[in-house]
Design a protein around this ligand. Structure first.
Ligand code: SAM
Length: 416
Protein backbone atom coordinates (compact mmCIF):
# COMPACT_ATOMS: atom_id res chain seq x y z
CA UNK A 1 0.00 0.00 0.00
CA UNK A 2 1.23 3.55 -0.69
CA UNK A 3 0.80 6.39 1.75
CA UNK A 4 1.68 10.02 1.26
CA UNK A 5 4.14 10.86 4.06
CA UNK A 6 4.46 14.56 3.37
CA UNK A 7 1.66 15.71 1.07
CA UNK A 8 2.99 17.30 -2.07
CA UNK A 9 6.58 16.48 -1.22
CA UNK A 10 7.40 12.80 -0.99
CA UNK A 11 5.62 9.52 -1.55
CA UNK A 12 6.89 6.28 -0.16
CA UNK A 13 5.77 2.70 0.02
CA UNK A 14 5.58 1.52 3.60
CA UNK A 15 5.81 -2.12 4.68
CA UNK A 16 2.64 -3.99 5.48
CA UNK A 17 2.14 -4.04 9.30
CA UNK A 18 0.78 -7.60 9.03
CA UNK A 19 4.11 -8.78 7.60
CA UNK A 20 6.00 -8.30 10.87
CA UNK A 21 4.65 -11.58 12.27
CA UNK A 22 5.44 -12.44 15.88
CA UNK A 23 8.27 -13.95 17.93
CA UNK A 24 7.09 -17.56 18.24
CA UNK A 25 9.56 -18.43 21.04
CA UNK A 26 8.46 -15.44 23.08
CA UNK A 27 4.78 -16.28 22.56
CA UNK A 28 5.49 -19.85 23.75
CA UNK A 29 7.43 -18.59 26.78
CA UNK A 30 4.55 -16.29 27.76
CA UNK A 31 2.04 -19.12 27.39
CA UNK A 32 4.27 -21.32 29.57
CA UNK A 33 4.48 -18.67 32.27
CA UNK A 34 0.69 -18.31 32.29
CA UNK A 35 0.21 -22.10 32.35
CA UNK A 36 2.58 -22.38 35.31
CA UNK A 37 1.67 -19.30 37.36
CA UNK A 38 -1.81 -18.34 36.17
CA UNK A 39 -2.79 -15.03 34.53
CA UNK A 40 -0.07 -12.34 34.53
CA UNK A 41 -0.31 -8.56 34.78
CA UNK A 42 -0.18 -6.57 31.57
CA UNK A 43 2.97 -4.94 33.00
CA UNK A 44 4.61 -8.37 33.05
CA UNK A 45 3.36 -9.13 29.52
CA UNK A 46 4.71 -5.77 28.33
CA UNK A 47 8.03 -6.29 30.13
CA UNK A 48 8.63 -9.54 28.27
CA UNK A 49 7.16 -8.38 24.93
CA UNK A 50 9.43 -5.31 24.88
CA UNK A 51 12.53 -6.26 26.90
CA UNK A 52 13.04 -10.06 26.92
CA UNK A 53 16.72 -10.47 25.98
CA UNK A 54 17.05 -11.72 22.41
CA UNK A 55 13.29 -11.56 21.79
CA UNK A 56 11.63 -8.38 23.06
CA UNK A 57 10.78 -5.54 20.70
CA UNK A 58 13.52 -3.29 22.15
CA UNK A 59 16.07 -6.12 22.15
CA UNK A 60 16.15 -6.41 18.36
CA UNK A 61 19.16 -5.06 16.50
CA UNK A 62 16.90 -3.27 13.99
CA UNK A 63 15.71 -0.05 15.65
CA UNK A 64 11.99 0.59 16.22
CA UNK A 65 11.98 4.37 15.75
CA UNK A 66 12.86 6.01 12.45
CA UNK A 67 11.51 6.22 8.93
CA UNK A 68 12.51 2.60 8.27
CA UNK A 69 11.04 1.38 11.56
CA UNK A 70 7.67 1.41 13.27
CA UNK A 71 7.12 5.00 14.36
CA UNK A 72 8.84 8.34 14.17
CA UNK A 73 10.17 10.15 17.22
CA UNK A 74 11.06 13.85 17.20
CA UNK A 75 14.85 13.27 17.16
CA UNK A 76 14.36 10.90 14.21
CA UNK A 77 12.14 13.41 12.40
CA UNK A 78 14.90 16.01 12.11
CA UNK A 79 18.16 17.01 13.89
CA UNK A 80 16.71 20.48 14.53
CA UNK A 81 14.88 18.97 17.52
CA UNK A 82 18.11 17.72 19.12
CA UNK A 83 19.63 21.12 18.45
CA UNK A 84 16.77 22.79 20.38
CA UNK A 85 17.28 20.41 23.32
CA UNK A 86 20.99 21.27 23.16
CA UNK A 87 20.16 24.94 23.56
CA UNK A 88 18.14 24.13 26.67
CA UNK A 89 21.07 22.19 28.14
CA UNK A 90 23.45 25.01 27.18
CA UNK A 91 21.23 27.41 29.11
CA UNK A 92 21.30 25.12 32.16
CA UNK A 93 25.09 24.73 31.89
CA UNK A 94 25.47 28.53 31.77
CA UNK A 95 23.13 28.97 34.76
CA UNK A 96 25.29 26.43 36.64
CA UNK A 97 28.41 28.56 35.92
CA UNK A 98 29.79 26.32 33.17
CA UNK A 99 31.03 23.24 35.06
CA UNK A 100 33.62 21.12 33.26
CA UNK A 101 33.12 18.22 32.75
CA UNK A 102 29.36 18.31 32.14
CA UNK A 103 28.07 14.79 31.56
CA UNK A 104 24.90 14.35 29.53
CA UNK A 105 23.41 10.92 30.19
CA UNK A 106 20.71 9.77 27.79
CA UNK A 107 18.70 6.72 28.86
CA UNK A 108 16.87 5.19 25.89
CA UNK A 109 19.29 6.77 23.41
CA UNK A 110 17.92 4.48 20.66
CA UNK A 111 19.63 5.08 17.32
CA UNK A 112 21.55 8.14 18.56
CA UNK A 113 19.36 10.59 16.66
CA UNK A 114 18.99 12.90 19.66
CA UNK A 115 22.71 12.71 20.46
CA UNK A 116 23.60 13.56 16.85
CA UNK A 117 21.21 16.53 16.62
CA UNK A 118 22.17 17.81 20.06
CA UNK A 119 25.95 17.59 19.57
CA UNK A 120 25.93 19.02 16.04
CA UNK A 121 23.58 21.78 17.24
CA UNK A 122 25.99 22.75 20.03
CA UNK A 123 28.85 22.79 17.54
CA UNK A 124 26.96 24.76 14.87
CA UNK A 125 25.65 27.21 17.48
CA UNK A 126 29.18 27.92 18.75
CA UNK A 127 28.30 26.76 22.28
CA UNK A 128 31.10 26.71 24.86
CA UNK A 129 29.49 23.55 26.23
CA UNK A 130 31.16 21.61 23.38
CA UNK A 131 34.47 21.78 25.25
CA UNK A 132 32.97 20.49 28.52
CA UNK A 133 30.48 17.88 27.40
CA UNK A 134 30.80 14.14 27.93
CA UNK A 135 27.93 12.27 26.22
CA UNK A 136 26.82 8.97 27.73
CA UNK A 137 24.10 7.03 25.89
CA UNK A 138 22.33 4.28 27.87
CA UNK A 139 20.33 1.49 26.23
CA UNK A 140 18.81 -1.83 27.23
CA UNK A 141 20.25 -3.49 24.12
CA UNK A 142 24.08 -3.37 23.92
CA UNK A 143 24.01 -3.80 20.10
CA UNK A 144 22.22 -0.45 19.86
CA UNK A 145 25.07 1.29 21.66
CA UNK A 146 27.60 -0.02 19.15
CA UNK A 147 25.43 1.18 16.23
CA UNK A 148 24.98 4.55 17.93
CA UNK A 149 28.74 5.00 18.41
CA UNK A 150 29.30 4.16 14.74
CA UNK A 151 26.70 6.74 13.71
CA UNK A 152 28.34 9.49 15.77
CA UNK A 153 31.77 8.48 14.49
CA UNK A 154 30.61 8.73 10.87
CA UNK A 155 29.21 12.19 11.59
CA UNK A 156 32.44 13.29 13.30
CA UNK A 157 30.53 13.76 16.56
CA UNK A 158 32.06 11.00 18.68
CA UNK A 159 34.67 13.19 20.40
CA UNK A 160 32.42 13.68 23.42
CA UNK A 161 31.13 10.10 23.56
CA UNK A 162 31.94 8.15 26.73
CA UNK A 163 31.34 4.45 27.33
CA UNK A 164 31.58 4.42 31.13
CA UNK A 165 28.47 3.55 33.10
CA UNK A 166 26.84 6.13 35.36
CA UNK A 167 28.38 6.35 38.84
CA UNK A 168 26.63 4.29 41.51
CA UNK A 169 26.51 7.29 43.84
CA UNK A 170 25.57 10.95 43.24
CA UNK A 171 28.97 12.29 42.23
CA UNK A 172 28.43 13.62 38.69
CA UNK A 173 27.53 17.06 37.38
CA UNK A 174 25.51 17.38 34.21
CA UNK A 175 22.15 16.46 32.72
CA UNK A 176 19.89 13.48 32.17
CA UNK A 177 17.68 13.58 29.10
CA UNK A 178 15.10 10.90 28.24
CA UNK A 179 13.02 11.29 25.10
CA UNK A 180 9.98 9.02 24.69
CA UNK A 181 11.23 6.52 27.26
CA UNK A 182 8.60 6.83 30.02
CA UNK A 183 5.85 5.73 27.63
CA UNK A 184 7.70 2.46 27.08
CA UNK A 185 7.85 1.47 30.77
CA UNK A 186 5.46 -1.41 31.60
CA UNK A 187 1.88 -0.41 32.48
CA UNK A 188 -0.75 -2.23 34.53
CA UNK A 189 -4.28 -2.17 33.12
CA UNK A 190 -7.21 -1.58 35.48
CA UNK A 191 -11.00 -1.33 35.14
CA UNK A 192 -13.55 0.47 37.30
CA UNK A 193 -16.38 -1.60 38.77
CA UNK A 194 -19.27 -0.71 41.05
CA UNK A 195 -17.64 -2.82 43.77
CA UNK A 196 -14.23 -1.18 43.39
CA UNK A 197 -11.15 -1.28 41.22
CA UNK A 198 -10.26 -4.49 39.32
CA UNK A 199 -7.21 -5.37 37.27
CA UNK A 200 -7.13 -6.73 33.73
CA UNK A 201 -4.67 -9.61 33.61
CA UNK A 202 -3.49 -11.57 30.59
CA UNK A 203 -4.43 -15.21 30.24
CA UNK A 204 -4.24 -17.76 27.44
CA UNK A 205 -7.43 -19.34 26.10
CA UNK A 206 -7.58 -23.07 25.32
CA UNK A 207 -6.61 -22.35 21.68
CA UNK A 208 -3.49 -20.56 22.96
CA UNK A 209 -4.64 -17.02 22.09
CA UNK A 210 -3.95 -14.36 24.72
CA UNK A 211 -7.07 -12.88 26.31
CA UNK A 212 -8.07 -10.52 29.13
CA UNK A 213 -8.93 -11.90 32.55
CA UNK A 214 -10.53 -9.63 35.16
CA UNK A 215 -9.33 -10.13 38.73
CA UNK A 216 -8.64 -8.46 42.06
CA UNK A 217 -5.78 -5.94 41.72
CA UNK A 218 -2.42 -7.64 42.14
CA UNK A 219 -1.19 -4.77 44.31
CA UNK A 220 -2.89 -2.08 46.43
CA UNK A 221 -0.49 0.42 44.83
CA UNK A 222 -2.82 0.66 41.80
CA UNK A 223 -5.79 1.97 43.81
CA UNK A 224 -3.43 4.09 45.91
CA UNK A 225 -2.08 5.82 42.80
CA UNK A 226 -5.58 6.62 41.49
CA UNK A 227 -6.73 7.74 44.95
CA UNK A 228 -3.73 10.05 45.26
CA UNK A 229 -4.72 11.58 41.92
CA UNK A 230 -8.39 11.82 43.01
CA UNK A 231 -9.44 9.61 40.12
CA UNK A 232 -12.55 7.44 40.32
CA UNK A 233 -13.18 5.23 37.31
CA UNK A 234 -16.76 4.79 36.10
CA UNK A 235 -18.13 1.25 35.91
CA UNK A 236 -16.47 -0.40 32.91
CA UNK A 237 -13.92 2.37 32.38
CA UNK A 238 -10.40 1.16 31.66
CA UNK A 239 -7.11 2.94 32.26
CA UNK A 240 -3.41 2.23 32.71
CA UNK A 241 -1.12 2.76 35.67
CA UNK A 242 2.66 2.70 35.41
CA UNK A 243 4.11 1.78 38.79
CA UNK A 244 7.66 1.64 37.47
CA UNK A 245 8.21 5.39 37.02
CA UNK A 246 9.55 5.95 40.54
CA UNK A 247 12.21 3.25 40.45
CA UNK A 248 13.13 4.05 36.83
CA UNK A 249 13.64 7.77 37.55
CA UNK A 250 15.57 7.04 40.75
CA UNK A 251 17.89 4.69 38.83
CA UNK A 252 18.30 7.00 35.83
CA UNK A 253 19.36 9.95 38.04
CA UNK A 254 21.23 8.10 40.81
CA UNK A 255 24.61 9.36 39.60
CA UNK A 256 23.56 13.00 39.40
CA UNK A 257 24.84 15.20 42.22
CA UNK A 258 24.01 18.51 40.52
CA UNK A 259 22.28 19.27 37.28
CA UNK A 260 19.06 19.06 35.32
CA UNK A 261 16.75 16.27 34.24
CA UNK A 262 14.72 16.66 31.04
CA UNK A 263 11.87 14.24 30.34
CA UNK A 264 9.94 14.49 27.06
CA UNK A 265 6.92 12.42 26.13
CA UNK A 266 3.29 12.31 25.12
CA UNK A 267 1.70 12.91 28.48
CA UNK A 268 -1.45 14.22 30.11
CA UNK A 269 -2.84 15.36 33.45
CA UNK A 270 -4.72 12.63 35.40
CA UNK A 271 -8.08 14.28 34.77
CA UNK A 272 -7.60 13.94 31.00
CA UNK A 273 -5.82 10.60 31.12
CA UNK A 274 -8.19 8.75 33.43
CA UNK A 275 -11.35 10.75 32.64
CA UNK A 276 -14.51 10.04 30.69
CA UNK A 277 -12.89 11.15 27.42
CA UNK A 278 -10.67 8.04 27.47
CA UNK A 279 -13.06 5.23 28.48
CA UNK A 280 -10.80 2.54 27.05
CA UNK A 281 -7.47 3.96 28.23
CA UNK A 282 -4.53 4.88 26.01
CA UNK A 283 -2.61 1.61 25.60
CA UNK A 284 -1.78 1.01 21.96
CA UNK A 285 0.58 -0.84 19.67
CA UNK A 286 2.74 0.44 16.81
CA UNK A 287 4.03 -1.65 13.94
CA UNK A 288 5.36 -0.32 10.65
CA UNK A 289 3.95 3.18 11.12
CA UNK A 290 0.43 1.92 11.81
CA UNK A 291 -1.40 2.09 15.14
CA UNK A 292 -2.69 -1.35 15.99
CA UNK A 293 -5.56 -1.93 18.37
CA UNK A 294 -4.64 -5.53 19.20
CA UNK A 295 -2.06 -5.52 21.97
CA UNK A 296 -1.69 -9.31 21.83
CA UNK A 297 -0.64 -9.55 18.18
CA UNK A 298 2.87 -9.27 16.76
CA UNK A 299 4.36 -10.15 20.17
CA UNK A 300 8.00 -8.99 20.25
CA UNK A 301 7.60 -7.27 16.87
CA UNK A 302 5.42 -4.29 17.76
CA UNK A 303 5.85 -1.47 20.23
CA UNK A 304 3.46 -1.20 23.17
CA UNK A 305 2.94 2.21 24.71
CA UNK A 306 0.57 4.39 26.71
CA UNK A 307 0.26 8.10 27.42
CA UNK A 308 2.35 9.19 30.40
CA UNK A 309 0.71 10.43 33.59
CA UNK A 310 2.19 13.88 34.31
CA UNK A 311 1.20 13.83 37.98
CA UNK A 312 2.93 10.48 38.48
CA UNK A 313 6.13 11.84 36.91
CA UNK A 314 6.06 14.98 39.10
CA UNK A 315 5.44 12.86 42.21
CA UNK A 316 8.29 10.48 41.31
CA UNK A 317 10.63 13.44 40.82
CA UNK A 318 9.61 15.04 44.12
CA UNK A 319 10.14 11.77 46.00
CA UNK A 320 13.84 11.71 45.03
CA UNK A 321 14.57 15.38 45.62
CA UNK A 322 14.27 16.65 42.06
CA UNK A 323 12.91 20.20 42.12
CA UNK A 324 10.62 21.38 39.30
CA UNK A 325 12.30 24.03 37.13
CA UNK A 326 9.70 24.36 34.41
CA UNK A 327 7.48 22.67 31.87
CA UNK A 328 6.81 23.43 28.26
CA UNK A 329 5.85 21.69 25.06
CA UNK A 330 8.09 20.49 22.29
CA UNK A 331 6.64 23.11 19.91
CA UNK A 332 7.24 25.93 22.38
CA UNK A 333 10.77 24.78 23.07
CA UNK A 334 11.50 24.77 19.34
CA UNK A 335 9.89 28.16 18.85
CA UNK A 336 11.73 29.69 21.81
CA UNK A 337 15.11 28.31 20.83
CA UNK A 338 14.73 29.44 17.22
CA UNK A 339 14.87 33.05 18.38
CA UNK A 340 18.28 33.08 20.07
CA UNK A 341 20.06 35.79 22.00
CA UNK A 342 22.26 38.18 20.01
CA UNK A 343 25.27 36.79 18.34
CA UNK A 344 24.15 33.14 18.42
CA UNK A 345 23.49 31.60 15.00
CA UNK A 346 19.84 30.84 14.32
CA UNK A 347 18.66 27.33 15.20
CA UNK A 348 17.67 26.52 11.62
CA UNK A 349 20.69 28.16 9.93
CA UNK A 350 22.51 24.88 9.10
CA UNK A 351 19.62 23.83 6.82
CA UNK A 352 18.63 27.25 5.47
CA UNK A 353 21.76 29.34 5.06
CA UNK A 354 24.79 27.35 6.28
CA UNK A 355 27.49 26.24 3.84
CA UNK A 356 25.77 22.84 3.41
CA UNK A 357 22.25 24.27 2.97
CA UNK A 358 20.41 23.22 -0.19
CA UNK A 359 16.89 23.52 -1.50
CA UNK A 360 16.34 19.92 -0.40
CA UNK A 361 17.63 20.55 3.15
CA UNK A 362 15.30 23.55 3.41
CA UNK A 363 12.32 21.51 2.20
CA UNK A 364 13.10 18.66 4.58
CA UNK A 365 13.31 21.12 7.45
CA UNK A 366 10.01 22.70 6.50
CA UNK A 367 8.32 19.34 6.26
CA UNK A 368 9.72 18.16 9.62
CA UNK A 369 8.79 21.41 11.36
CA UNK A 370 5.17 20.95 10.28
CA UNK A 371 5.20 17.73 12.30
CA UNK A 372 7.32 18.94 15.19
CA UNK A 373 5.19 22.05 15.75
CA UNK A 374 1.77 20.40 15.35
CA UNK A 375 0.18 20.80 18.81
CA UNK A 376 -1.92 17.64 18.37
CA UNK A 377 1.10 15.62 17.36
CA UNK A 378 4.72 15.96 18.41
CA UNK A 379 4.38 19.69 19.10
CA UNK A 380 2.14 18.91 22.06
CA UNK A 381 4.61 16.50 23.68
CA UNK A 382 5.45 17.68 27.16
CA UNK A 383 8.89 18.74 28.26
CA UNK A 384 9.37 18.45 32.03
CA UNK A 385 12.53 19.91 33.52
CA UNK A 386 13.74 19.23 37.05
CA UNK A 387 16.88 20.23 38.89
CA UNK A 388 19.03 18.68 41.57
CA UNK A 389 21.03 20.85 43.93
CA UNK A 390 20.55 23.98 41.82
CA UNK A 391 19.92 27.46 43.28
CA UNK A 392 16.21 27.86 44.10
CA UNK A 393 15.97 30.86 41.77
CA UNK A 394 17.48 29.14 38.72
CA UNK A 395 15.60 30.21 35.57
CA UNK A 396 15.87 28.82 32.09
CA UNK A 397 14.45 31.45 29.70
CA UNK A 398 13.70 28.83 27.03
CA UNK A 399 11.04 27.44 29.35
CA UNK A 400 9.38 30.79 29.85
CA UNK A 401 7.22 30.96 26.78
CA UNK A 402 4.45 28.79 28.08
CA UNK A 403 3.01 27.54 31.33
CA UNK A 404 1.03 24.35 30.99
CA UNK A 405 -0.25 23.70 27.52
CA UNK A 406 -3.94 22.98 27.02
CA UNK A 407 -3.52 20.78 23.98
CA UNK A 408 -2.23 17.26 24.44
CA UNK A 409 0.11 15.92 21.80
CA UNK A 410 0.19 12.30 20.81
CA UNK A 411 2.49 9.96 18.96
CA UNK A 412 1.34 9.77 15.38
CA UNK A 413 2.00 7.06 12.87
CA UNK A 414 3.88 8.79 10.08
CA UNK A 415 0.90 8.12 7.84
CA UNK A 416 -1.23 10.56 9.86
C1 SAM B 1 10.40 5.00 21.91
S1 SAM B 1 12.09 4.60 21.96
C2 SAM B 1 12.80 6.23 21.98
C3 SAM B 1 14.19 6.27 21.47
C4 SAM B 1 14.85 7.66 21.45
N1 SAM B 1 14.92 8.22 22.77
C5 SAM B 1 14.09 8.59 20.52
O1 SAM B 1 13.40 9.49 21.01
O2 SAM B 1 14.21 8.41 19.30
C6 SAM B 1 12.32 4.10 23.65
C7 SAM B 1 13.74 3.71 23.94
O3 SAM B 1 13.91 3.57 25.34
C8 SAM B 1 14.72 2.44 25.57
N2 SAM B 1 14.49 2.02 26.97
C9 SAM B 1 13.37 1.60 27.52
N3 SAM B 1 13.53 1.34 28.83
C10 SAM B 1 14.80 1.64 29.10
C11 SAM B 1 15.61 1.58 30.27
N4 SAM B 1 15.10 1.14 31.42
N5 SAM B 1 16.89 1.99 30.19
C12 SAM B 1 17.42 2.41 29.03
N6 SAM B 1 16.71 2.49 27.87
C13 SAM B 1 15.43 2.10 27.92
C14 SAM B 1 14.29 1.45 24.52
O4 SAM B 1 15.24 0.44 24.31
C15 SAM B 1 14.14 2.39 23.30
O5 SAM B 1 15.34 2.54 22.61
Amino acid sequence: MTWSLEPGYRRETLPDPEAVGEDAELVAALRDEIATNGPITFARFMERALYEPGHGYYRQTAPGPGTAGDFLTAPEAHPVYGAAVGRLLDEAWTAMRRPNPFTITEPGAGTGALAAGLLSGLRDGGSGLVAAVRYRPVEVEPARLAALAARLRTAGLDGALVADGPAATPTEIGAVIANEVLDALPFHRVIGRAGGLRELLVTASPDGAFAWHEAEPTTPALAQRLDAERVTLADGQITEVCLGIDSWLAGATRHLARGIVVLVDYAAEPVALHGAAKPGGTLRAFARHAVGGDLFRHVGRQDLTATVDLAAVRAAAASIGLAPIGETTQAELLAASSAPADGTPGLTDPWLRGPGATLESALRLRSALARLLDPRGMGGFRVLVFGRDLPADVRLPLLNRVGRAGVQGDRQPSTA
